[in-house]
Design a protein around this ligand. Structure first.
Ligand SMILES: Nc1ncnc2c1ncn2[C@@H]1O[C@H](COP(=O)(O)OP(=O)(O)OP(=O)(O)O)[C@@H](O)[C@H]1O
Ligand SMILES: [Mg+2]
Length: 254
């Protein structure tokens, strides 16, 4: 068993981290953003990561996605240890297996929403599936934004385009850093229901960082993160249980 109470490594594990550590800065300014984290994210489950601002959640999901290299420790995606891969091979795994929603969206400002969404297909030589594109556009309600550039869209519209870009390749693993932080209740509920459904029906794994207890209650498991470490987990969470878990975290802060 590891930090989130799931049996270690097996065929159903989408993502495994062992001893994952990342520090920033030197001397007095040194921060251990992720501190010897052991983690197993099962396939077919929606996992939420919650914890105080600055506790290391973004750093963790960047390491899990191979967007950043740890100082030490391993990340396994299925049978591949991505921390052992060279940049080129890593980019291949990332492009085909992992979809990422960035906290700040990271859309390309010179491209339309449509081209932003389709970019992962072009970069990875994956054929376009118009039916899937249309169903994502419908689900996310961004039909009218497709010809606009990011600076012509609201924050919530940009966020939904960023979600479409992460899902367009039908990735096995979706890592999403506060994917509903800019959305209204209705849009959030629809997207969360979709993510949960694709975990159940397609065996996708979704790891979602969120500050919202209602969003977290869509997850099968909530990992409570504090000071760079997994500080507890809640299975089949309700918003009330999530709030109580956050209150009980080290230091009692959110
Ligand atoms: N590039 C960087 N250089 C130096 N320090 C960094 C860098 N990125 C993050 N940090 C520090 O690492 C710690 C964890 O940051 P991180 O962004 O992972 O937190 P977070 O839990 O995602 O916070 P939030 O909820 O505010 O998004 C913080 O103390 C932050 O200041
Ligand atoms: Mg963050």
């Amino acid at each position: 068993m590891d930090d989130n109470g799931v049996p270690a490594k097996g065929p159903l594990n989408a993502l495994v981290a062992r001893g994952l550590t990342k520090t920033y800065g030197k001397g007095d300014a040194r921060v251990t953003a992720v501190d010897h984290v052991d983690l197993t994210i099962p396939a077919g489950r929606l996992t939420a990561v919650m914890g105080p601002s600055g506790s290391g959640k973004t750093t963790l999901v960047h390491l899990l996605a191979g967007l950043d290299r740890p100082d030490s420790g391993e990340v396994w995606v299925g049978d591949d240890e991505i921390t052992a891969l060279k940049d080129k091979q890593l980019a291949k795994v990332r492009g085909r297996i992992v979809g990422f929603v960035f906290q700040g969206f990271n859309l390309l400002q010179t491209m339309t929403a449509r081209d932003n969404i389709l970019l992962p297909l072009r970069l990875n030589g994956i054929e376009r599936d118009d039916e899937w594109m249309n169903s994502l556009v419908d689900m996310l309600g961004i039909g009218r934004e497709l010809d606009r550039k990011p600076f012509e869209m609201s924050g919530g519209q940009q966020q939904r385009v960023a979600i479409a870009r992460a899902l367009i390749t039908r990735p096995q693993i979706v890592l999403a850093d506060e994917p509903t932080g800019n959305l209204d209740t209705h849009a959030s509920a629809e997207i969360l229901a979709h993510l949960r459904q694709s975990c159940r029906e397609l065996g996708q794994s979704v790891v979602m960082v969120t500050h919202d207890p209602t969003a977290a209650s869509y997850a099968g498991t909530v990992l409570l993160f504090a000071n760079g470490r997994v500080d507890g987990h809640i299975t089949d969470p309700t918003p009330e249980a999530v709030l109580a878990g956050l209150d009980a975290l080290s230091g009692g802060q959110r």
